[in-house]
Write a protein that binds this ligand. Structure first.
Ligand SMILES: [Zn+2]
Length: 214
């Protein structure tokens, strides 16, 4: 059987057969620059970063904001799988994603809001709203046109910045941030928490509201 050979060689991803041990880590977490890292499964085999990305929609990072620590705490269900479960999930993930898309009217990406905060870069600059939450499926990139859905209201916006969601700090130094990073490297991906920043004030949202991309 093919599997046995793979099992003996943990350096190769059991799903796609590519070398799974990326040199930058084995946690399956999203590095905003390079995409998801490789991930170590329960039985010691490793998924490569692109298969982590694929399965992540089915096994999203689960998290909640710890008000005391002022920090977003996550639990990752993906390392709990063994190789066979990962292979099984790999066979189901397309149907899973398709059902999810159908449930949300075939939007190309959906973000679930956890919290929002307003800030401003300076007295004469436009205010910013930072949304903290999780990408349910699909990907968000900077300059994407999105619609914020809240209480039956639709607000159009353009994503000005994408960042991690760890400390729930609203983005207020957009210009400085834009100077330091390559916008093309920033992505909000399915199954990962992140923050989406848009220009504009008074965009009221409730936890559970959606930001969608057509
Ligand atoms: Zn792979």
């Amino acid at each position: 059987m093919e599997f046995q050979e793979i099992e003996q060689n943990q350096g190769y991803c059991p799903i796609c057969g590519k070398a799974a041990l990326a040199k930058y880590g084995t946690t399956g977490l999203l590095t905003m620059i390079r995409g998801p890292e490789a991930l170590r499964l329960r039985d010691g085999s490793h998924l490569c970063g692109s298969c982590v990305r694929k399965l992540r929609v089915m096994y999203p990072l689960q998290g909640s904001f710890d008000e005391e620590k002022r920090e977003y705490v996550t639990y990752d269900p993906l390392p709990e799988l063994d190789m066979n479960q990962a292979l099984e999930a790999s066979g189901q993930v397309s149907d899973y994603r398709e059902n999810l898309r159908e449930n949300y009217g075939f939007r190309s990406a959906v973000f679930v809001v956890d919290a929002a905060a307003e800030s401003r870069e300076g007295l004469f600059r436009a205010p910013l709203t930072t949304f903290f939450g999780q990408v349910l499926y699909g990907s968000f990139w900077m300059l994407d046109d999105v619609t914020i859905l809240s209480g039956g209201k639709e607000t159009k916006a353009t994503i000005a910045a994408i960042d991690d969601y760890r400390f729930r700090i609203p983005r207020s130094d957009l210009k400085e941030w834009m100077r330091r990073i390559d916008p093309a490297d920033k992505v909000g991906e399915n199954g990962y928490p992140c923050s989406l920043v848009v220009q504009g004030k008074g965009i009221a949202v409730q936890p559970g509201d959606l930001i969608v991309k057509d």
